[in-house]
Design a protein around this ligand. Structure first.
Ligand code: ZN
Length: 452
């Protein structure tokens, strides 16, 4: 087998790995670059492999930095199968068309304000392209070996992280190449712990938190404290959260804190059409996560689901205290921006970030102490309190990754450390060398490796 790194090299987004055998090519993950402009522009550069050379695509999970490039390949002409777990397929049905819609919005916005290089500006892909891509999804259950090509089989193992998320093993008959995907934490509130890999001759491992250990703190208590202080000041708490996974976890936590009388019974709003749809998918996949039917019912009865644009506008202008959960999680787009414009200039309010904040995003700037922030072309002063609870992240920290890798008994011939900013990948690689004694390297974009 040959392996080529076509994304998530030196950064956390754009995951794409080309696996080649003598006469076949598959892509493991097909993700968009997100975050700073330099990376987003890379979505427009052609891949070194053309759509018609690819026999299949395999997805670790539905997050757009792992799946969001798929509609573009389909638009270009890729007609092959896309293998993913049933949970991932369901979530892709929500995330990909929305991504197409947002690409169209961006192009319209660029046309109106005249800042695109293309005239007229054209979207990376459209909602229609994304809907077409969905038809190529082939759901594959966890745990079984799926023969996808004459000389290649794959197996999905639960990786925690989000609903449907998997680590993927690829066999060519003699070697096994494993991809960690995004690895969840063993103590996640709503996902089960990641299942460990038993064997990997070669391994690609993520390093989002490669240089960090999640704070040992009672995150629920810290969150309750911040909510109580904000409520006492008559303010509103805004929680930007990833629509899939984190939003559901935060609602579950809020429901528990309310039931235990640890926070006041302020109204709780979920203002993200995508998060509302994702919550419905959670209700359908009970055996795949820790939330029971009863937990889901309690979330439903606590939460005001904000569906229409009119309701969303009314909520943004509301002045009495409440808790608003809205997407996107890094404040890079979506309805949360309208809330930030109203929430940030008032010192009574609190904005609570609960997940990873990629470099260059508004979320990263806010948690790093920015005193003003640009939203829709306006400079918004930051007077509200900004909190960041890494403890709610959906990614394992470096020690949890080491622990997860520990069950592989025979050392892999080579470990490729990807999906991390440079320092994080470096720290993760060193930790694997020192604690497990395995050979590691940090591939650069378009690097190729022969796996023998
Ligand atoms: Zn992810």
């Amino acid at each position: 087998m040959k392996l080529q790194f076509l994304g998530a090299a030196g950064t956390v987004t754009g995951s794409k790995y080309l696996v080649e055998t003598d006469n076949r090519k598959i892509l493991v993950d097909c993700g968009l670059y997100q975050g700073v402009k330099h990376y987003r522009l890379m979505n427009r550069q052609p891949l070194p492999v053309s759509y018609d050379e690819l026999d299949a695509i395999v997805l670790t999970h539905a997050h757009l930095d792992h799946s969001g490039y798929l509609p573009l390949l389909v638009k270009e002409g890729f007609t092959g199968p896309v293998y993913a777990t049933p949970g991932t397929c369901e979530l892709c049905k929500i995330l990909l068309p929305d991504s197409g819609f947002l690409q169209e919005e961006d192009a319209r916005h660029a046309a109106k304000h005249g800042y695109s290089k293309h005239n007229p500006p054209h979207p990376l892909y459209t909602e229609q392209d994304a809907l077409r891509a969905l038809k190529q999804l082939k759901p594959c259950s966890f745990g079984q070996i799926h023969k996808i090509l004459p000389d290649l089989s794959i197996r999905f193992r639960p990786a925690g992280h989000i609903l449907g998320a998997a680590s993927i093993e690829v066999f060519d008959g003699s070697h096994m190449l494993a991809f960690s995907g995004d690895v969840g934490r063993p103590d996640d509130l709503i996902m089960y712990p990641p299942e460990s890999l038993k064997r990997a001759d070669y391994l690609v491992v993520e390093s989002t938190y490669g240089d960090r250990i999640h704070e040992e703190m009672d995150a629920a208590e810290a969150m309750a404290k911040a909510i109580n202080e904000t409520a006492a000041a008559g303010g509103t708490v805004l929680i930007p959260a990833f629509a899939v996974g984190r939003a559901q976890m935060i609602l579950h936590l809020l429901e528990r804190l309310r039931a235990e009388n640890r926070i006041p019974k302020l109204p709780v709003y979920l203002n993200s059409p995508m998060a509302i749809k994702a919550t419905e998918v959670f209700h359908r996949f009970h055996e795949k996560h820790r939330l029971t039917k009863d937990d889901c019912r309690k979330i439903d009865s606590m939460t005001h689901y904000v569906r229409t644009v009119e309701e969303s506008m009314a909520l943004a202008n509301q002045t009495f205290p409440g808790i608003i959960v809205s997407a996107s999680g890094m404040a890079s787009g979506g309805r949360v921006l309208h809330h930030l414009k109203h929430i940030l200039p008032n010192h009574r309010n609190t904005v609570m970030f609960v997940g990873y904040q990629a470099m260059g995003t508004r979320g990263e700037k806010l948690v790093s102490g920015a005193t003003s922030i640009k939203i829709h072309g306006q400079n918004i002063p930051v007077k509200a309190r900004i909190k960041h609870f890494d403890a709610f992240s959906a990614h394992a920290d470096s020690s949890q990754i080491i622990q997860w890798l520990g069950s592989i008994k025979t050392p892999p011939k080579q470990v490729f450390v990807t999906h991390g900013e440079t320092e994080a990948a470096q720290a993760m690689a060193e930790k694997i060398q020192i604690e497990l004694g395995w050979k590691t390297c940090i591939p650069k974009l378009t690097d190729k490796a022969e796996l023998q």
